[in-house]
Write a protein that binds this ligand. Sequence first.
Ligand SMILES: Cc1cc2nc3c(=O)[nH]c(=O)nc-3n(C[C@H](O)[C@H](O)[C@H](O)COP(=O)(O)O)c2cc1C
Length: 256
Amino acid sequence: MLEKLPIYIYFFSGTGNTFLIASKIHETFEKNGYESYLKTIRNKEKAFFPEKCHIGLVFPVAMQSSFPIVWDFIHNLPEGLGRKVFMADSMQIFSGGIVGPMKESLISKGYKCIGAKEFKMSNSMLTSQKKFPSEISKNDKAVKEAEFYTLNLINEKTKWIKIPVFSDLMKSFSSDRKIWTSFSKKIKVDNDLCIKCGLCEKICPTSSVKIKNVVEIDYSFCISCMRCLNYCPKNAFIFGNKKIIQNKTVKINSIL
Ligand SMILES: Cc1cc2nc3c(=O)[nH]c(=O)nc-3n(C[C@H](O)[C@H](O)[C@H](O)COP(=O)(O)O)c2cc1C
């Protein structure tokens, strides 16, 4: 059985899916008598945790890897000193094998990788355009799987398998900042709808959105996490000239 040390779970969530997984893992640890802390990954913030604890990392798949904000956080983690770490990612279809490069980075820092699990979400911002809001489910299946995964972590029945070569190629492809910039340039604002309430500026995880005379997006820092599109009260953001159906599975304050 997993030693009863405090569990520090760090998550990043653009639009709420990953929060659903991270909070279920947190809740399941607590139900099973572990002291668990759920913490958000924030841009340029480093993690602090005690020497004796286990670490959880929960993040979305993006571009067959994860967002730069997640990788920066991983690279800035303190030395592992043999602490046990587990990961979980939320995705739409296919992760490109991100568990592999993630494992390598953590081992090189001295962490012991005990389990990795990928969760397919029925609800994704990029597909929701094709669905009517009534068809968007609540990701119940993935959340149930997160509970089961946590019980397996507790019972030390999990694995962290690496898919070689391919996953490293995907990681190096998505490490190129130009990929993110060209993708994020599809995000635009309909200034006729915008009421300059300032929410997008407040919730942008990389401070790339600024309210000036009109809303301005600094594409050189934007990571296309879709938070602004998802939470704009006037639905004033556009992606690739299309309106995206908002997918508010969780309240914004839960993921900030
Ligand atoms: C910019 C971007 C890139 C994505 N790339 C992938 C991908 O390569 N593979 C995949 O299966 N899902 C991909 N997705 C879907 C997300 O992984 C999925 O919707 C995830 O659950 C979002 O988590 P969040 O709501 O916590 O942000 C992508 C989403 C975004 C916004």
